[in-house]
Ligand binder design. Sequence first.
Ligand code: MTE
Ligand code: MO
Length: 365
Amino acid sequence: AAEPGPIVKPLPPDLFIAHGTNAEMRWEAMKGKGLLVPNDRFFVRNHTRTPLIDARTWRLRLHGTGLRGAPPAGRAVEFGYEDLLALPAETMTVAVECAGNGRSFYGTQQGTPAEGTPWRLGGVGVARWRGVRLATVLERAGLAETAVDVLPRGLDPNFVTGGVDLGPVRRPLPVAKALDDVLLAYEMNGEPLPPDHGFPVRLVVPGWIGVSSVKWVGEIEVADRPLFSPWNTRFYRLFGPDHPPEGGPPLAEQVVKSAFELPWDATVRAGRPVVLTGRSWSPHGPVRRVEVSTDGGATWRTARLRGPERGWRRWETTWRPDRPGPTALLARATDASGATQPDRAVFNTYGYLFGAVVRHPVLVA
Ligand code: MTE
Ligand code: MO
């Protein structure tokens, strides 16, 4: 029998661009659609492969020096799937986005390719997540006032790179963020989490780089001191010529970005109006303004913002292309904090946080 792939759900080529163990959403598939990305078209980012977990035997185990009454290395508190479902539930509509989303543009647009999955802009999605606040579970487990860091671990196979086993995917979260708005989610868009998105339970960490939102979580260490893993030391820091030799601080928040709901290298007819649609999103609060250029950045107009903002904001503008030939469409968002997408992103070796305005190639024919 054929070995199952690293991703369980089908990846039809009109909805996804596959990249090894990962798959990005095709933006044109969101044209005219609602706010939420349906589960069957949501991007997948797997360090290894999707595990199939039985909810009946699954346990979430909390332990560590950051829990009260801990005999030095002893006490653990366990929750089963039904235990979590019985706790007070919350829902939130937020984006999960890979830190490397947009990475390919360091190479194709700025001339310096970065290492890693060559995402265009499809490494992001917005869903309605339902679950228990991580704060609720930490409090029930006996969170100590001295707790500093919280380290969730995935139950997927260990990540092996360059012949070295780095262990299960895990990444510490400061206790302040863990208590603020983090969800232990068991539902995505009204369904139990699909296997590829973390069944039975995953973290959803609003505004933070995707790797914080650990999938298939089975264990959470709570410590009274800072914790480390390769996912906040070796990876997910800014390395390279413009950054400190040990890397910048561990990455936390994403940056403001925009995308057109249009095929890459789309063809449009000269002399016919076309409604350009897209979405913009930011971790720093609502998108206030989106400007669009249809002439490669020479002139700009303001797009109409459409509908409510949840996770992201939809927008549109009408364009009447006249001159036949290749051009580039650009979208530039500004959020409520005043942050605007720059013309260029500062290079880093692993190509994280590409927030510059993307030049979307289009042919007028
Ligand atoms: N959690 C585990 N256990 N293993 C992983 O490989 N990938 C992370 C994060 N959580 C990962 C994980 C990364 S890098 C991202 S961007 C998000 O999951 C992607 O979530 P999605 O696959 O549901 O879109
Ligand atoms: Mo990611």
